[in-house]
Design a protein around this ligand. Structure first.
Ligand code: FEO
Ligand code: CA
Ligand code: CA
Length: 631
C-alpha cells in the first residue's frame, strides 16, 4: 500500500496509487494493438448510418460536423493550467459557496488555521462538493449537494500528515461528508445561500437512515446496534446524484469501502469474505482511520457494517425532518449516479454505473407506475434490477438479476449485486461514471472514464476485460462515452442499440485509436469524462476528472474542464476550465435556466481564497452577461 494518509488526492488518484498501472505497459505495443483494431473501430463508427441522426456513428458525425450550423453560443476557451476558473467571453462566474461556509447562523467564521471549527462541521457546507440537483419547493430554489470525501491534510491542518488524532478529529471528518440541502436566492449582488432557511440541512455519516427494499432486515445487515437490520447511521462517499420525478434527491454511495478497517483480523464467513474481496474492504482502510476511534467502522467488531453502505439513498429536500431511505432494490455497488427517467407506461427507470475498473452498468425498472400525486414511497423498493451486456454487433441486452438467473436470493442479489452480475456474464466496462438521459430523444449516455487494466487484468471478481464492444482500447487512459437507444423507444425495454458518442484521445501525440474519435481535435482535448448532464435543448455537458499534468499523452489537455457536445453533429467544445488540481463535477441549472451551478472539487491552493490559504472545494454560479438562458 502507498502512503494512505495523503487525502489530498481524488478517489481515482487514490485508486491508482494503491493499484498502480502495470509497469509492463509498453507504449509501442499498446499503440500497435489499437491500430490493428482500427477495422473493428471503423465498424463501430459506421454504426447507425441508416438510422436517425441521433444514432449517427462517429464517422458520420465527422462528416456532419463540416456542414453543421453551430448550436454553441460561445467562443470555446483555451486549455488552462493556472489556478483560476475560466469561462467564455460574454459569460461570468462567481463563487456561491465553499467548504466551511455556514448554513446556519451562530457558526464561527471559517478559520484557515484549523480548517474550520470541528464543532461546526455539521452546520457548514461540507468538503468535496459533487453531485448537485435543484428543486423548486414552494417557490423557493433549493439545492441538494453531495460531499464526497475528505482531504485530511487540508481538513485537519493541525494533525500530522492529516492523520486523525482522536475521536474528535474522526467526527469532524464524518460531519464534513454526506449531503447539504440549502436554499439559494439571487439578488443584485448575485447568488447566495439563504442562512437559516427552514430547508437548510446537513446529512452526515452519522445521520439515521431507514433501510428499505429486498435487503432490509436480512441477517447480513444486522449489527449489535441494529438487531432488526433496517436502520443505519450515515451515508458514505456521496458521489453523483439523481432526481426523481416526484421531487426527491438520490445520493449515490461510491467508494464506501475505504472507511472500514480492522483493529484485528476479522473472522468472516466465506460469503462475507467473498463480498469483502469483491468490494475492496480491507483491514487497513483508505486512511480515514475511523476504525481506530469509532468501533462501528472496525470490521473485526462489526463485520456487517460495510453491508449497510454502497447504496442509493433517497432524501426529501422539502422535509428537513424526513429520514433518508437506503433503497436496496437499486443494488449495492460503488454507485456513481442515478439517472431517472419514466418509461412510456409510467414505470420508473434508473440507470446506474458502478465506478471501478471492469465493473458494470445497471438499470432498475420499477414494478409500479408513477402517477403525480400518488404514493411514491415504495416505487424504488419493488422492481427489477438488470445489468448490461453489450454485443460487438452494436446491440445489447439488459439481463435481469433474479434468483433464477443468479442462484442467489433477492436479498443477496441486492447486497452482492456485483457477484450476481458476474454470474450472468455482464459486460466489464471502463469504469462507468455518470449516466445522463437525453430529455428530447429516447437515448442515454454513460461516461466510461478510463481503465488502465482494460485487456490487462480482470476485474476484482476475476471477470476478464476483453478489448471489445464499447471498451475498444487496451490500457485505456483517455476514456469514452457510450450511448444507447432502447428498443421501441422505451427505457424499460430489455434490448438496445449502442454506439460511441466520443472517444477521448490525443491526435497531437498519437495516430489511430489513441488519437480519439473524429470529433476530437487540438482545440477540445480532454481526458477522463466523468460528470455529465443533458440540458433542455439536448446539449451534452461533459465534466472531466483526469490527468491534468498537461504532458505526454495529456499534452494540451490542461486542467480538468467542462465541455459541451451536440449529440446530433458530434461537435464538442470546451466551455469552462477549472483551477489546477481540481475536478469539475456536479452541474444543475437555476429554475429560469439562466444560471449554471458547477462544482469545483479538490482544487489546489490558491483557489479560491488566495496564496497561503487552504484550498476549498466550491460551487460556482455561471451566467451569460446578457442574462439569456445557459441550458
Ligand atoms: Fe466519485 Fe466515480 O466518481
Ligand atoms: Ca465522478
Ligand atoms: Ca472520476
Amino acid at each position: 500500500m502507498s502512503d494512505n494518509t495523503d487525502r489530498n488526492l481524488s478517489a481515482d488518484e487514490w485508486d491508482e496509487l494503491n493499484f498502480p498501472r502495470p509497469k509492463e505497459n509498453d507504449f509501442d505495443r499498446v499503440v500497435e494493438r489499437a491500430i490493428s483494431r482500427r477495422g473493428f473501430i471503423g465498424g463501430v463508427l459506421a454504426f447507425g448510418s441508416g438510422a436517425a441522426a441521433m444514432s449517427a456513428g462517429l464517422l458520420d458525425i465527422g462528416k456532419a460536423r463540416a456542414q453543421q450550423e453551430t448550436r454553441f453560443a460561445f467562443t470555446p476557451v483555451a486549455a488552462s493550467t493556472d489556478s483560476d476558473v475560466h469561462v467564455p467571453e460574454g459569460y461570468r462566474w462567481q463563487r456561491l459557496v465553499s467548504w466551511g461556509d455556514p448554513l446556519f447562523s451562530g457558526t464561527e467564521v471559517f478559520d484557515q488555521a484549523i480548517g474550520g471549527a470541528a464543532g461546526d462541521a455539521d452546520k457548514v457546507f461540507g468538503e468535496n462538493t459533487d453531485g448537485i440537483e435543484l428543486f423548486i419547493i414552494g417557490g423557493k430554489q433549493v439545492i441538494a449537494v453531495n460531499h464526497e470525501y475528505t482531504n485530511n491534510k487540508i481538513n485537519l491542518p493541525q494533525a500530522t500528515d492529516g492523520v486523525p488524532r482522536d475521536a474528535r478529529d474522526v467526527l469532524k471528518l464524518q460531519n464534513l461528508q454526506g449531503v447539504a440541502v440549502m436554499e439559494l436566492v439571487e439578488s443584485d449582488t448575485g447568488w447566495a445561500v439563504v442562512l437559516d432557511s427552514p430547508f437548510n440541512r446537513r446529512i452526515t455519516q452519522n445521520t439515521p437512515m431507514k433501510i428499505s427494499g429486498p435487503a432490509a432486515g436480512h441477517d447480513l445487515l444486522k449489527t449489535a446496534a441494529d438487531a432488526a437490520g433496517d436502520e443505519s447511521l450515515g451515508t458514505f462517499n456521496n458521489c453523483g446524484s439523481g432526481k426523481t420525478p416526484w421531487g426527491t434527491y438520490l445520493t449515490c454511495e461510491e467508494n464506501f469501502n475505504g472507511y472500514f478497517g480492522a483493529t484485528e483480523e476479522p473472522e468472516l464467513s466465506e460469503q462475507v469474505a467473498d463480498g469483502y474481496k469483491r468490494y475492496g474492504i480491507s483491514t487497513d482502510g483508505w486512511g480515514y482511520e475511523y476504525h481506530k476511534w469509532d468501533s462501528r467502522f472496525d470490521t473485526s467488531k462489526n463485520p456487517n457494517e460495510p453491508h449497510r453502505a454502497g447504496w442509493i439513498v433517497e432524501i426529501d429536500p422539502a422535509d428537513p425532518q424526513s429520514m433518508p431511505v437506503k433503497r436496496t432494490a437499486l443494488g449495492r455497488l460503488k454507485h456513481e449516479n442515478a439517472a431517472c427517467v419514466l418509461a412510456p407506461d409510467g414505470r420508473v427507470v434508473v440507470y446506474m454505473g458502478d465506478d471501478e475498473r471492469g465493473e458494470f452498468l445497471y438499470k432498475f425498472v420499477s414494478r409500479d407506475v408513477y402517477a403525480p400525486g400518488a404514493n411514491t414511497s415504495t416505487l424504488l423498493d419493488e422492481g427489477q434490477l438488470h445489468v448490461a451486456r453489450f454485443n460487438d454487433d452494436m446491440t445489447g441486452e439488459w439481463v435481469s438479476l433474479t434468483p433464477d438467473t443468479t442462484g442467489m436470493s433477492q436479498a443477496e442479489i441486492a447486497i452482492f449485486s456485483r457477484i450476481a452480475a458476474s454470474k450472468v456474464g455482464a459486460t466489464t466496462m471502463d469504469r462507468p461514471e455518470w449516466v445522463a438521459v437525453n430529455p428530447i430523444a429516447v437515448e442515454a449516455y454513460c461516461a466510461l472514464t478510463n481503465n488502465s487494466r482494460r485487456g490487462v487484468k480482470p476485474n476484482a471478481g476475476g471477470d476478464w476485460t476483453p478489448v471489445a464492444g464499447p471498451n475498444p482500447r487496451e490500457a485505456n487512459n483517455y476514456g469514452q462515452i457510450v450511448r444507447w437507444r432502447p428498443s421501441g423507444d422505451d427505457h424499460a425495454s430489455k434490448s438496445f442499440e449502442w454506439d460511441l458518442y466520443v472517444m477521448a484521445g490525443n491526435p497531437t501525440v498519437h495516430e489511430g485509436a489513441y488519437a480519439g474519435s473524429a470529433n476530437i481535435n487540438e482545440g477540445n482535448l480532454f481526458n477522463s469524462p466523468d460528470g455529465m448532464a443533458i440540458d433542455t435543448t439536448g446539449l451534452v455537458w461533459i465534466q472531466t476528472d483526469g490527468d491534468d499534468s498537461d504532458e505526454g499523452d495529456f499534452a494540451g489537455n490542461g486542467n480538468n474542464q467542462m465541455l459541451v457536445g451536440d449529440p446530433v453533429t458530434g461537435r464538442i467544445e470546451r466551455f469552462l476550465t477549472g483551477p489546477k488540481g481540481a475536478e469539475v463535477t456536479g452541474l444543475c441549472w437555476s429554475a429560469d435556466r439562466r444560471t449554471m451551478f458547477v462544482g469545483i472539487q479538490h482544487p489546489d491552493a490558491p483557489f479560491p481564497d488566495g496564496e497561503g490559504k487552504l484550498p476549498r472545494s466550491s460551487i460556482i454560479a455561471v451566467k451569460r452577461d446578457d442574462n439569456l438562458p445557459v441550458g
